[in-house]
Design a protein around this ligand. Structure first.
Ligand code: FEO
Length: 387
């Protein structure tokens, strides 16, 4: 797609709606966009390339926008292949063009493109360095671990545009008609969720800038109400819940643990709890379940025992939370087992590694199927969760 963002900044990115899994793990039912921009000032700068899956379409967009001009610079803000996949091809097409990237990215680039000669073609930049494009300057700020160590963002002080790399991106192609927050949350939590502290550091740098437009590397360009998006990023990167609510996540083999989970959700609702969401971990995209866990203030996990451990879909979910630094929530545990229940102990072992969580004292144990006499224990757990 080609679209003017400002008079001299043009979008030249591409939608990818035929990808099966983003990063070979994330379901993207509405695809994803690989954003790229061209700044046409006295000098011409390309802001990032795209995944090699869409190289040809991107090169066509680029050439249509450049007309008879040649790019002076390719600014590489992030070296992950969904953005950097076409570096070698565009360098070959424009042999006079210089590649501008963080020193770290300059060092890493030959790892991906060892057939390409970078000598004499790169400009390594550091925090606070600028690139003069004639009428305007790009100011570079390092953003390590948002989401790789070589990441930097760029600020165009003339048009007040922040090129934010992966920050403020979302799943979903630009052609998708969907609200921003859900797919932005699923994207952020699962891709950058581990790196809350670096995101906080970047937000502090951004707070010192006068920003009118945010140009991310995925998803729509943000032009209005920027405080809303920045506010959500602040909440997410502090690991704070976005809403008062409860995720009841269950891993059930034959449906008996599922029955307990739904009963527990009904008990919570009957006690006045709002936003009670139940997810079957065997049949839910784990990235969606992780997103929900971050979204709400409480998490209840209910799982069957399995091989003297916990049923694997629950183990996988809790492992995902652990590697994403899940923290600052109230957690309740329900286990099921038919002879020697082990799920509770196995879940607790992972949950004890979470920082700043409060685990409800009452752990409920179900033997095979929920019976009427199990309900008081569920009521007690619900009271502790809502206290
Ligand atoms: Fe969209 Fe970290 O790459």
């Amino acid at each position: 797609m080609i679209k003017n963002i400002t008079e001299k900044i043009v979008y030249v990115g591409v939608d990818d709606t035929d990808i099966d899994l983003f990063e070979s793990q994330y379901l993207v039912p509405n695809g994803v966009s690989y954003n790229s921009y061209v700044i046409l000032d006295e000098k011409v700068a390309i802001m990032d390339t795209v995944d090699r899956r869409k190289s040809d379409e991107w090169m066509q967009n680029l050439e249509a926008v450049l007309t008879d001009r040649k790019p002076d610079y390719l600014v590489v803000q992030h070296l992950e292949p969904d953005h950097a996949g076409t570096i070698a091809k565009v360098m070959e097409r424009y042999p006079e063009m210089q590649v501008v990237a963080s020193d770290k990215a300059v060092k890493m680039m030959p790892q991906f493109f060892f057939e390409t000669t970078f000598e004499g073609r790169t400009i390594g930049v550091k925090e606070g360095d600028t690139l003069d494009l004639g009428g305007r300057k790009l100011h570079f700020a390092m953003a390590p671990m948002v989401h790789w160590p070589e990441v930097m963002v760029s600020y165009d002080s003339t048009d007040k545009v922040l090129f934010s790399a992966d920050g403020f991106g979302k799943f979903g192609a630009l052609s998708a008609d969907e609200p921003w927050a859900d797919e932005a949350r699923r994207y952020y939590i699962n891709i950058c969720g581990k790196y809350g502290a670096p995101v906080q550091a970047l937000l502090k740098k951004a707070a010192g800038l006068d920003i009118a437009i945010i140009c991310p590397l995925h998803g729509p360009v943000l032009t209005e109400n920027l405080g809303y998006y920045i506010g959500l990023y602040d909440t997410w990167s502090k690991y704070e819940p976005e809403e008062d609510g409860t995720l009841v996540a269950y891993a059930s083999i034959h449906g008996n643990t599922a029955e307990v989970a739904h009963k527990f959700a009904d008990i919570l609702r009957a006690k006045g709890a709002k936003n009670v969401v139940v997810r079957d971990l065997s049949r839910t995209d784990v990235a969606k379940a992780v997103e929900d866990a971050y979204r709400y203030s409480r998490l209840v996990v209910a799982a069957a025992s399995y091989d003297a451990d916990v049923f694997p879909p629950m183990h996988d979910f809790l492992h995902h939370l652990a590697i994403k630094n899940f923290s600052k929530r109230r957690i309740g545990i329900i286990e099921n087992g038919s002879w020697a229940p082990t799920a509770g102990r196995a879940m607790r072992a992972i949950i004890d590694g979470f920082k700043g969580v409060e685990v409800a004292e009452k752990m409920v144990t179900i033997m095979s199927r929920m019976k009427p006499e199990d309900v008081p224990a569920l009521e007690t757990l619900a009271d502790q969760m809502l206290a």
